[in-house]
Design a binder for this molecule. Structure first.
Ligand code: DGL
Length: 240
């Protein structure tokens, strides 16, 4: 199966990584919109235009299934776009919300981008949720700046989630800083990419093939991509 996966940058690679682990016999086309990152502070209209271009690009690459590997697009636009393109589209929030419901988790903390928190999507489906917007994280993670500034930001956001029983990593960039989060908190973490792959039904059948496109490419992106999914071949710059 040809599966398109997209995000604003390298964060969605954490979802691609989970997909490849669970469903290796597929063809993956990844698009990271690094020229327009961060998505988390854009308007809904800007997000809709960006998502539209990327989905059309992935369809032009014959994607039969599209995975929105971005919490911000999932939370703000999934209902509007899921039936719009004649191809199956899945998001990362719905399976996460189902996981929380099925496991009857209460007192759930959400770390996410400002636009995901503003959408109140988790609150609409779950009763005891505390959302914290974490605007400093994506720009630092994307640049690969795992420095004191990033640690201080993580500490600041975790402080607001003291007393919660689990924390959703509500942005797909955040699994990249799990070691830093765990340095300051022992609260169990929920990874949306894992929730997604556990509920997805994929008809495998081809051999593993990965194509990766970024709208703006840099050496850091190539290094980060290869450390997340061990892929350095076939990374291309492609503006839409
Ligand atoms: N990985 C995106 C998400 O899950 C990051 C959004 C951004 O670029 O701010 O929300």
């Amino acid at each position: 199966m040809r599966i398109g996966v997209f995000d604003s940058g390298i964060g969605g690679l954490t979802v691609l990584h989970e997909l490849i682990k669970k469903y290796p016999d597929n063809e993956y086309i990844y698009y990271g919109d690094t020229a327009n990152i961060p998505y988390g502070t854009k308007t809904k209209e800007e997000l809709a235009n960006l998502a539209d271009k990327i989905i059309k690009f992935l369809i032009s690459k014959d994607a039969e299934l599209i995975v929105i590997a971005c919490g911000t697009i999932s939370s703000n636009l999934y209902d509007e776009i899921k039936d719009k393109y004649g191809v199956k589209i899945v998001d990362v929030l719905s399976p996460t919300i189902n996981y929380i419901k099925q496991n009857n988790l209460k007192n759930v903390g959400i770390m996410a981008t400002p636009m995901t928190i503003k959408s109140r999507t988790f609150e609409k489906h779950l009763s005891s949720v505390i959302g914290v917007a974490c605007p400093k994280l994506v720009p630092l993670i994307e640049k690969g700046e795992f420095n004191q500034e990033l640690e201080d930001a993580v500490k600041e956001y975790l402080q607001k989630l003291k007393g919660t029983e689990c924390i959703v990593l509500g942005c797909t960039h955040y699994p990249l800083v799990i070691p830093i989060i765990q340095k300051y908190s022992a609260i169990p973490l929920i990874n949306m990419g894992k929730c997604l792959v556990d509920t997805l039904n994929v008809n495998s059948g081809s051999t593993l093939h990965i194509e990766i496109y970024f709208s703006s490419l840099s050496d850091e992106i190539i290094t980060n991509t290869s450390s997340i999914i061990k892929e350095t071949k076939g990374i291309q710059e492609r503006k839409l």
